[in-house]
Design a protein around this ligand. Structure first.
Ligand SMILES: Cc1cc2nc3c(=O)[nH]c(=O)nc-3n(C[C@H](O)[C@H](O)[C@H](O)COP(=O)(O)OP(=O)(O)OC[C@H]3O[C@@H](n4cnc5c(N)ncnc54)[C@H](O)[C@@H]3O)c2cc1C
Length: 421
Protein backbone atom coordinates (compact mmCIF):
# COMPACT_ATOMS: atom_id res chain seq x y z
CA UNK A 1 0.00 0.00 0.00
CA UNK A 2 1.51 3.32 -1.05
CA UNK A 3 -0.73 5.69 0.92
CA UNK A 4 0.73 7.57 3.87
CA UNK A 5 -0.03 5.82 7.18
CA UNK A 6 -1.42 8.43 9.60
CA UNK A 7 -1.89 8.23 13.38
CA UNK A 8 -5.48 6.98 13.85
CA UNK A 9 -5.90 8.82 17.16
CA UNK A 10 -8.85 8.18 19.50
CA UNK A 11 -12.57 7.60 19.52
CA UNK A 12 -14.73 10.74 19.74
CA UNK A 13 -15.12 10.46 23.52
CA UNK A 14 -11.32 10.23 23.95
CA UNK A 15 -11.43 7.16 26.21
CA UNK A 16 -9.74 4.72 23.82
CA UNK A 17 -7.04 4.98 21.16
CA UNK A 18 -7.51 2.85 18.07
CA UNK A 19 -5.23 -0.20 18.23
CA UNK A 20 -4.81 -0.26 14.44
CA UNK A 21 -1.46 0.08 12.63
CA UNK A 22 -2.62 3.43 11.29
CA UNK A 23 -5.17 5.34 9.21
CA UNK A 24 -5.15 5.97 5.46
CA UNK A 25 -7.15 8.62 3.66
CA UNK A 26 -7.59 7.72 -0.03
CA UNK A 27 -8.16 10.67 -2.36
CA UNK A 28 -9.93 8.66 -5.07
CA UNK A 29 -11.99 5.50 -5.49
CA UNK A 30 -9.02 3.92 -7.28
CA UNK A 31 -6.85 4.53 -4.20
CA UNK A 32 -9.64 3.12 -2.00
CA UNK A 33 -9.75 -0.03 -4.15
CA UNK A 34 -5.95 -0.39 -3.73
CA UNK A 35 -6.39 -0.26 0.06
CA UNK A 36 -9.11 -2.92 0.29
CA UNK A 37 -7.39 -5.31 -2.15
CA UNK A 38 -3.96 -5.01 -0.51
CA UNK A 39 -4.51 -8.22 1.47
CA UNK A 40 -4.12 -6.45 4.81
CA UNK A 41 -7.07 -6.34 7.26
CA UNK A 42 -9.08 -3.14 6.78
CA UNK A 43 -12.00 -1.41 8.51
CA UNK A 44 -13.70 1.85 7.65
CA UNK A 45 -13.66 4.54 10.31
CA UNK A 46 -16.75 6.76 10.27
CA UNK A 47 -16.98 9.84 12.48
CA UNK A 48 -15.55 7.91 15.51
CA UNK A 49 -18.69 8.11 17.67
CA UNK A 50 -18.87 4.44 18.68
CA UNK A 51 -17.74 3.65 22.23
CA UNK A 52 -16.33 0.13 21.84
CA UNK A 53 -13.77 -1.49 19.50
CA UNK A 54 -16.32 -2.07 16.71
CA UNK A 55 -14.60 0.28 14.25
CA UNK A 56 -11.04 -0.84 15.06
CA UNK A 57 -8.85 -3.01 12.81
CA UNK A 58 -5.80 -5.20 13.40
CA UNK A 59 -4.58 -3.86 10.04
CA UNK A 60 -5.40 -0.36 8.83
CA UNK A 61 -8.34 1.96 9.21
CA UNK A 62 -9.55 3.84 6.18
CA UNK A 63 -11.21 7.25 6.29
CA UNK A 64 -13.52 8.18 3.40
CA UNK A 65 -13.61 11.84 4.40
CA UNK A 66 -11.87 12.92 1.18
CA UNK A 67 -14.48 11.10 -0.92
CA UNK A 68 -17.54 13.14 0.00
CA UNK A 69 -19.23 14.93 -2.88
CA UNK A 70 -22.60 16.60 -3.27
CA UNK A 71 -25.65 14.37 -2.63
CA UNK A 72 -27.87 13.56 -5.62
CA UNK A 73 -31.62 14.00 -5.19
CA UNK A 74 -33.99 12.00 -7.42
CA UNK A 75 -37.26 13.93 -7.07
CA UNK A 76 -39.30 11.42 -9.08
CA UNK A 77 -38.22 8.46 -6.92
CA UNK A 78 -38.05 10.58 -3.75
CA UNK A 79 -34.56 9.41 -2.88
CA UNK A 80 -31.18 10.92 -2.14
CA UNK A 81 -27.86 9.19 -2.87
CA UNK A 82 -25.04 10.23 -0.61
CA UNK A 83 -21.38 9.27 -0.10
CA UNK A 84 -20.95 7.06 2.96
CA UNK A 85 -18.79 9.44 4.99
CA UNK A 86 -21.13 12.41 4.72
CA UNK A 87 -22.38 13.57 8.11
CA UNK A 88 -26.12 13.66 8.77
CA UNK A 89 -25.98 17.34 9.71
CA UNK A 90 -24.51 18.32 6.35
CA UNK A 91 -26.88 16.05 4.42
CA UNK A 92 -29.87 17.45 6.34
CA UNK A 93 -28.97 21.08 5.58
CA UNK A 94 -28.55 20.19 1.89
CA UNK A 95 -31.88 18.37 1.75
CA UNK A 96 -33.75 21.14 3.54
CA UNK A 97 -32.27 23.79 1.21
CA UNK A 98 -33.71 21.77 -1.70
CA UNK A 99 -37.14 21.30 -0.07
CA UNK A 100 -36.62 17.75 1.22
CA UNK A 101 -36.26 15.90 4.53
CA UNK A 102 -35.38 12.57 6.16
CA UNK A 103 -37.90 10.75 8.34
CA UNK A 104 -35.65 10.72 11.43
CA UNK A 105 -32.44 11.99 13.04
CA UNK A 106 -30.38 10.66 15.95
CA UNK A 107 -29.73 12.78 19.03
CA UNK A 108 -26.71 14.29 17.29
CA UNK A 109 -26.14 15.32 13.64
CA UNK A 110 -22.37 14.81 13.78
CA UNK A 111 -22.32 11.11 12.79
CA UNK A 112 -21.61 9.75 9.30
CA UNK A 113 -24.40 8.17 7.25
CA UNK A 114 -22.62 4.84 6.64
CA UNK A 115 -21.35 4.64 10.25
CA UNK A 116 -24.80 5.31 11.70
CA UNK A 117 -26.75 2.86 9.57
CA UNK A 118 -24.07 0.19 10.19
CA UNK A 119 -25.06 0.10 13.90
CA UNK A 120 -28.85 0.71 13.56
CA UNK A 121 -28.53 4.18 15.06
CA UNK A 122 -31.97 5.56 15.88
CA UNK A 123 -33.88 8.58 17.05
CA UNK A 124 -37.31 8.25 18.65
CA UNK A 125 -40.94 7.72 17.66
CA UNK A 126 -43.61 5.03 17.88
CA UNK A 127 -44.00 5.09 14.09
CA UNK A 128 -40.43 6.15 13.27
CA UNK A 129 -37.93 3.48 12.23
CA UNK A 130 -34.23 3.86 12.90
CA UNK A 131 -32.09 5.80 10.41
CA UNK A 132 -31.28 2.62 8.46
CA UNK A 133 -35.01 2.18 7.85
CA UNK A 134 -34.81 4.84 5.10
CA UNK A 135 -32.18 2.95 3.10
CA UNK A 136 -33.30 1.66 -0.33
CA UNK A 137 -29.87 1.06 -1.84
CA UNK A 138 -26.14 0.68 -1.15
CA UNK A 139 -22.91 0.58 -3.11
CA UNK A 140 -20.58 -1.86 -1.41
CA UNK A 141 -16.89 -2.33 -2.29
CA UNK A 142 -15.66 -5.78 -1.28
CA UNK A 143 -12.13 -7.01 -0.66
CA UNK A 144 -11.86 -8.49 -4.18
CA UNK A 145 -12.23 -4.97 -5.60
CA UNK A 146 -15.81 -5.50 -6.87
CA UNK A 147 -18.46 -2.84 -6.41
CA UNK A 148 -21.85 -4.40 -5.56
CA UNK A 149 -24.95 -2.26 -6.10
CA UNK A 150 -27.77 -3.50 -3.87
CA UNK A 151 -31.35 -2.24 -4.26
CA UNK A 152 -34.77 -3.05 -2.83
CA UNK A 153 -35.22 -5.92 -5.26
CA UNK A 154 -32.09 -7.58 -3.92
CA UNK A 155 -32.52 -10.17 -1.20
CA UNK A 156 -29.17 -9.25 0.36
CA UNK A 157 -30.10 -5.63 1.10
CA UNK A 158 -31.96 -6.40 4.35
CA UNK A 159 -28.82 -8.11 5.65
CA UNK A 160 -26.36 -5.55 4.31
CA UNK A 161 -27.69 -2.26 5.70
CA UNK A 162 -26.97 -2.84 9.42
CA UNK A 163 -23.64 -4.42 8.52
CA UNK A 164 -21.32 -3.52 11.43
CA UNK A 165 -18.84 -2.76 8.65
CA UNK A 166 -18.34 -6.52 8.17
CA UNK A 167 -19.15 -6.89 4.48
CA UNK A 168 -16.97 -4.22 2.91
CA UNK A 169 -16.83 -0.49 2.31
CA UNK A 170 -20.18 1.26 1.89
CA UNK A 171 -19.21 3.90 -0.64
CA UNK A 172 -22.70 5.34 -1.15
CA UNK A 173 -26.17 5.04 0.36
CA UNK A 174 -29.56 5.77 -1.24
CA UNK A 175 -32.33 6.79 1.16
CA UNK A 176 -36.01 7.67 0.98
CA UNK A 177 -36.79 11.36 1.40
CA UNK A 178 -40.00 13.34 1.83
CA UNK A 179 -40.96 17.01 1.45
CA UNK A 180 -39.40 19.16 4.15
CA UNK A 181 -41.43 19.75 7.34
CA UNK A 182 -41.27 21.74 10.55
CA UNK A 183 -41.06 20.42 14.11
CA UNK A 184 -41.71 22.09 17.48
CA UNK A 185 -40.03 20.88 20.66
CA UNK A 186 -41.50 21.09 24.17
CA UNK A 187 -40.04 19.82 27.45
CA UNK A 188 -42.20 18.73 30.40
CA UNK A 189 -40.70 18.45 33.90
CA UNK A 190 -41.60 16.53 37.03
CA UNK A 191 -42.58 13.16 35.54
CA UNK A 192 -43.49 10.63 38.25
CA UNK A 193 -42.35 6.99 38.18
CA UNK A 194 -45.93 5.74 38.38
CA UNK A 195 -46.92 7.84 35.35
CA UNK A 196 -43.90 6.65 33.39
CA UNK A 197 -44.71 2.97 33.88
CA UNK A 198 -48.53 3.14 33.84
CA UNK A 199 -48.88 5.70 31.03
CA UNK A 200 -45.90 4.95 28.84
CA UNK A 201 -48.03 4.37 25.74
CA UNK A 202 -49.75 7.71 26.31
CA UNK A 203 -46.41 9.46 26.70
CA UNK A 204 -44.64 7.82 23.76
CA UNK A 205 -47.56 8.39 21.38
CA UNK A 206 -48.08 11.99 22.50
CA UNK A 207 -45.85 13.47 19.77
CA UNK A 208 -43.93 12.45 16.65
CA UNK A 209 -40.77 11.80 18.66
CA UNK A 210 -40.68 11.47 22.44
CA UNK A 211 -37.80 10.99 24.89
CA UNK A 212 -37.96 10.51 28.64
CA UNK A 213 -34.83 11.52 30.56
CA UNK A 214 -34.12 10.22 34.06
CA UNK A 215 -31.24 10.29 36.54
CA UNK A 216 -32.81 7.53 38.68
CA UNK A 217 -33.78 9.81 41.57
CA UNK A 218 -36.18 8.20 44.03
CA UNK A 219 -38.67 11.05 44.16
CA UNK A 220 -39.14 11.84 40.47
CA UNK A 221 -38.45 10.04 37.19
CA UNK A 222 -37.48 13.14 35.21
CA UNK A 223 -38.49 15.00 32.05
CA UNK A 224 -40.44 14.28 28.86
CA UNK A 225 -39.22 15.82 25.61
CA UNK A 226 -41.80 16.05 22.82
CA UNK A 227 -40.75 16.80 19.24
CA UNK A 228 -43.78 17.15 17.02
CA UNK A 229 -44.35 17.72 13.32
CA UNK A 230 -46.42 20.83 12.74
CA UNK A 231 -48.13 19.20 9.72
CA UNK A 232 -49.71 16.56 12.02
CA UNK A 233 -52.64 16.91 14.46
CA UNK A 234 -51.40 18.78 17.58
CA UNK A 235 -49.21 16.99 20.13
CA UNK A 236 -51.01 15.75 23.22
CA UNK A 237 -50.94 18.22 26.11
CA UNK A 238 -49.43 16.34 29.07
CA UNK A 239 -50.60 18.67 31.86
CA UNK A 240 -53.15 16.09 33.11
CA UNK A 241 -50.25 13.68 33.79
CA UNK A 242 -48.93 15.90 36.61
CA UNK A 243 -46.02 17.31 34.60
CA UNK A 244 -45.17 21.00 34.13
CA UNK A 245 -44.29 22.59 30.79
CA UNK A 246 -40.72 23.95 30.99
CA UNK A 247 -40.33 27.69 30.56
CA UNK A 248 -36.54 27.67 30.00
CA UNK A 249 -34.40 25.54 27.62
CA UNK A 250 -33.10 22.23 28.99
CA UNK A 251 -30.03 20.07 28.38
CA UNK A 252 -30.64 16.30 28.72
CA UNK A 253 -28.02 16.21 31.52
CA UNK A 254 -29.43 18.18 34.47
CA UNK A 255 -27.46 21.31 35.27
CA UNK A 256 -25.61 21.52 31.93
CA UNK A 257 -26.01 24.73 29.87
CA UNK A 258 -28.58 24.23 27.09
CA UNK A 259 -26.63 26.32 24.54
CA UNK A 260 -25.60 23.13 22.69
CA UNK A 261 -29.25 22.03 22.37
CA UNK A 262 -31.67 22.60 19.53
CA UNK A 263 -34.44 25.20 20.00
CA UNK A 264 -37.18 24.24 22.50
CA UNK A 265 -40.12 26.10 24.13
CA UNK A 266 -42.47 25.13 21.27
CA UNK A 267 -40.87 27.37 18.63
CA UNK A 268 -41.40 25.64 15.26
CA UNK A 269 -38.42 25.21 12.95
CA UNK A 270 -36.95 22.91 10.27
CA UNK A 271 -36.96 19.19 11.09
CA UNK A 272 -33.16 18.93 11.26
CA UNK A 273 -32.96 21.83 13.74
CA UNK A 274 -35.36 20.13 16.17
CA UNK A 275 -35.22 16.31 15.83
CA UNK A 276 -31.61 16.02 17.12
CA UNK A 277 -31.16 17.14 20.72
CA UNK A 278 -27.80 18.74 19.86
CA UNK A 279 -26.66 21.32 17.32
CA UNK A 280 -23.98 20.45 14.77
CA UNK A 281 -21.72 23.38 15.65
CA UNK A 282 -21.50 22.40 19.37
CA UNK A 283 -20.08 19.41 21.27
CA UNK A 284 -23.05 17.08 21.83
CA UNK A 285 -23.91 15.45 25.14
CA UNK A 286 -21.11 15.67 27.77
CA UNK A 287 -18.03 14.89 25.63
CA UNK A 288 -15.99 13.02 28.27
CA UNK A 289 -18.48 10.18 28.74
CA UNK A 290 -19.32 6.58 27.92
CA UNK A 291 -22.59 5.16 26.59
CA UNK A 292 -24.59 1.93 26.65
CA UNK A 293 -28.08 1.18 25.35
CA UNK A 294 -30.45 -1.80 25.45
CA UNK A 295 -33.35 -2.22 23.03
CA UNK A 296 -36.31 -4.33 24.18
CA UNK A 297 -39.78 -5.23 22.93
CA UNK A 298 -41.67 -2.13 24.00
CA UNK A 299 -44.18 -4.02 26.15
CA UNK A 300 -41.29 -4.83 28.53
CA UNK A 301 -40.74 -1.18 29.51
CA UNK A 302 -42.50 -1.34 32.92
CA UNK A 303 -40.63 -4.54 33.90
CA UNK A 304 -37.33 -3.04 32.73
CA UNK A 305 -37.86 0.12 34.77
CA UNK A 306 -38.66 -1.93 37.88
CA UNK A 307 -35.57 -4.11 37.32
CA UNK A 308 -33.28 -1.12 36.80
CA UNK A 309 -34.64 0.77 39.81
CA UNK A 310 -33.33 -2.11 41.93
CA UNK A 311 -29.87 -0.89 40.80
CA UNK A 312 -30.67 2.79 41.40
CA UNK A 313 -27.81 3.38 43.87
CA UNK A 314 -25.25 2.14 41.33
CA UNK A 315 -26.92 3.96 38.49
CA UNK A 316 -26.94 7.27 40.36
CA UNK A 317 -23.20 6.89 40.96
CA UNK A 318 -22.33 6.40 37.29
CA UNK A 319 -25.15 7.77 35.15
CA UNK A 320 -25.08 11.31 33.79
CA UNK A 321 -28.50 10.68 32.27
CA UNK A 322 -30.66 7.82 30.98
CA UNK A 323 -32.89 8.29 27.93
CA UNK A 324 -35.95 6.19 27.11
CA UNK A 325 -37.07 6.23 23.45
CA UNK A 326 -39.22 4.15 21.11
CA UNK A 327 -38.32 2.82 17.66
CA UNK A 328 -40.71 1.28 15.11
CA UNK A 329 -40.08 -2.30 13.96
CA UNK A 330 -38.07 -2.96 10.80
CA UNK A 331 -36.90 -5.92 8.68
CA UNK A 332 -33.12 -5.35 8.77
CA UNK A 333 -31.50 -8.56 10.04
CA UNK A 334 -29.08 -7.13 12.61
CA UNK A 335 -31.20 -4.11 13.53
CA UNK A 336 -31.98 -3.75 17.22
CA UNK A 337 -35.61 -3.15 16.12
CA UNK A 338 -35.75 -6.18 13.80
CA UNK A 339 -39.27 -7.62 13.85
CA UNK A 340 -40.55 -5.77 16.90
CA UNK A 341 -41.70 -2.35 18.06
CA UNK A 342 -38.96 -1.36 20.42
CA UNK A 343 -38.11 0.70 23.47
CA UNK A 344 -34.52 1.79 24.06
CA UNK A 345 -32.99 2.34 27.49
CA UNK A 346 -29.90 4.46 26.99
CA UNK A 347 -27.20 5.31 29.56
CA UNK A 348 -24.78 8.21 29.31
CA UNK A 349 -22.12 7.26 31.86
CA UNK A 350 -19.36 9.18 33.56
CA UNK A 351 -16.07 8.31 31.88
CA UNK A 352 -14.96 5.62 34.34
CA UNK A 353 -14.32 2.57 32.15
CA UNK A 354 -13.56 0.01 34.92
CA UNK A 355 -16.60 1.03 37.00
CA UNK A 356 -18.97 0.98 34.02
CA UNK A 357 -17.59 -2.35 32.76
CA UNK A 358 -18.07 -3.80 36.24
CA UNK A 359 -21.70 -2.67 36.37
CA UNK A 360 -22.75 -3.81 32.87
CA UNK A 361 -22.99 -7.58 33.63
CA UNK A 362 -25.21 -6.81 36.65
CA UNK A 363 -27.32 -4.42 34.62
CA UNK A 364 -27.72 -6.99 31.84
CA UNK A 365 -28.58 -9.66 34.44
CA UNK A 366 -31.31 -7.36 35.79
CA UNK A 367 -32.77 -7.17 32.26
CA UNK A 368 -32.49 -10.95 31.79
CA UNK A 369 -35.67 -12.42 30.35
CA UNK A 370 -36.63 -9.14 28.67
CA UNK A 371 -34.91 -9.96 25.34
CA UNK A 372 -32.65 -6.91 25.40
CA UNK A 373 -30.45 -6.27 22.36
CA UNK A 374 -27.43 -4.06 23.09
CA UNK A 375 -26.67 -1.12 20.79
CA UNK A 376 -23.82 -2.30 18.53
CA UNK A 377 -21.85 0.94 18.89
CA UNK A 378 -22.00 1.31 22.68
CA UNK A 379 -20.55 -0.61 25.64
CA UNK A 380 -22.10 -3.96 26.54
CA UNK A 381 -21.11 -7.28 28.13
CA UNK A 382 -23.36 -9.80 26.33
CA UNK A 383 -21.52 -12.76 24.79
CA UNK A 384 -21.89 -14.37 21.38
CA UNK A 385 -24.40 -17.03 22.47
CA UNK A 386 -26.64 -14.44 24.13
CA UNK A 387 -26.57 -12.20 21.07
CA UNK A 388 -27.22 -15.05 18.63
CA UNK A 389 -30.34 -16.02 20.58
CA UNK A 390 -31.74 -12.48 20.28
CA UNK A 391 -31.65 -12.22 16.47
CA UNK A 392 -33.72 -14.68 14.42
CA UNK A 393 -31.67 -13.93 11.26
CA UNK A 394 -28.29 -14.35 13.05
CA UNK A 395 -27.18 -17.37 11.01
CA UNK A 396 -28.23 -15.68 7.77
CA UNK A 397 -26.23 -12.59 8.75
CA UNK A 398 -23.14 -14.72 9.47
CA UNK A 399 -23.50 -16.50 6.13
CA UNK A 400 -23.88 -13.18 4.30
CA UNK A 401 -20.73 -11.83 5.94
CA UNK A 402 -18.78 -14.95 4.89
CA UNK A 403 -20.10 -14.71 1.34
CA UNK A 404 -19.13 -11.06 0.86
CA UNK A 405 -15.86 -11.23 2.83
CA UNK A 406 -14.69 -14.88 2.64
CA UNK A 407 -11.13 -14.08 3.71
CA UNK A 408 -12.09 -11.95 6.70
CA UNK A 409 -10.38 -8.79 5.44
CA UNK A 410 -13.00 -6.70 7.31
CA UNK A 411 -12.96 -8.93 10.43
CA UNK A 412 -11.69 -7.67 13.77
CA UNK A 413 -11.63 -8.83 17.43
CA UNK A 414 -15.08 -7.27 18.08
CA UNK A 415 -16.74 -9.30 15.30
CA UNK A 416 -14.99 -12.44 16.56
CA UNK A 417 -16.08 -11.78 20.14
CA UNK A 418 -19.75 -11.29 19.20
CA UNK A 419 -19.62 -14.41 17.03
CA UNK A 420 -20.25 -12.86 13.63
CA UNK A 421 -16.83 -14.03 12.35
C1 LIG B 1 -22.74 11.95 21.76
C2 LIG B 1 -23.30 10.73 21.08
C3 LIG B 1 -24.65 10.63 20.88
C4 LIG B 1 -25.19 9.48 20.27
N1 LIG B 1 -26.54 9.43 20.05
C5 LIG B 1 -27.08 8.33 19.48
C6 LIG B 1 -28.48 8.27 19.22
O1 LIG B 1 -29.22 9.23 19.41
N2 LIG B 1 -28.98 7.10 18.75
C7 LIG B 1 -28.19 6.02 18.50
O2 LIG B 1 -28.71 4.98 18.09
N3 LIG B 1 -26.84 6.08 18.66
C8 LIG B 1 -26.28 7.22 19.15
N4 LIG B 1 -24.92 7.29 19.30
C9 LIG B 1 -24.09 6.18 18.81
C10 LIG B 1 -23.64 6.42 17.36
O3 LIG B 1 -24.70 6.91 16.58
C11 LIG B 1 -23.17 5.13 16.71
O4 LIG B 1 -22.11 4.60 17.42
C12 LIG B 1 -22.78 5.31 15.23
O5 LIG B 1 -22.51 4.06 14.67
C13 LIG B 1 -21.59 6.22 15.07
O6 LIG B 1 -21.39 6.52 13.71
P1 LIG B 1 -19.92 6.91 13.20
O7 LIG B 1 -20.06 7.55 11.85
O8 LIG B 1 -19.20 7.67 14.23
O9 LIG B 1 -19.29 5.48 12.99
P2 LIG B 1 -18.00 4.81 13.68
O10 LIG B 1 -18.22 4.75 15.14
O11 LIG B 1 -16.77 5.47 13.18
O12 LIG B 1 -18.13 3.35 13.03
C14 LIG B 1 -19.24 2.54 13.36
C15 LIG B 1 -19.24 1.31 12.44
O13 LIG B 1 -19.56 1.69 11.11
C16 LIG B 1 -18.59 1.17 10.22
N5 LIG B 1 -18.50 2.07 9.09
C17 LIG B 1 -18.38 3.41 9.10
N6 LIG B 1 -18.36 3.89 7.85
C18 LIG B 1 -18.46 2.82 7.03
C19 LIG B 1 -18.48 2.66 5.62
N7 LIG B 1 -18.43 3.70 4.78
N8 LIG B 1 -18.57 1.41 5.12
C20 LIG B 1 -18.64 0.34 5.94
N9 LIG B 1 -18.65 0.44 7.28
C21 LIG B 1 -18.55 1.67 7.81
C22 LIG B 1 -17.32 1.08 11.04
O14 LIG B 1 -16.39 0.17 10.49
C23 LIG B 1 -17.89 0.59 12.36
O15 LIG B 1 -18.11 -0.79 12.27
C24 LIG B 1 -24.34 8.42 19.87
C25 LIG B 1 -22.96 8.53 20.06
C26 LIG B 1 -22.43 9.69 20.64
C27 LIG B 1 -20.95 9.81 20.80
Amino acid sequence: MTLELLDAGSAWAGHRRYATRGLVRPASHAELADVVTSGEPVRVLGSRHSFNDLADSPGVLVSLDALVGEPVIDEARRTVTVDGAMRYGELAAFLHAHGWALHAMASLPHISVAGAIATATHGSGDTVTNLAGAVVGLDLLTADGRLHTLGTGDGDLAGAVVSLGALGVVTSVTMRIEPTYDVAQVVWEGLGWDVLTAEFDTLSSSATSVSVFTTWRDDVAGAVWQKHRTDAAPARDLADLSVRRATTPHHPIPGVDAAACTQQLGVPGPWHDRLPHFRLEFTPSAGAELQSEYLLPREHLPAAITALRSLADDLRRLVLVTEVRTVAADELWLSSAYGRDTVGLHFTWVQDVPAVEALLPRLEAALDGLDARPHWGKLFAADAATLAARYSRWDDARALIRRYDPDGVFANPYLQRVGLR
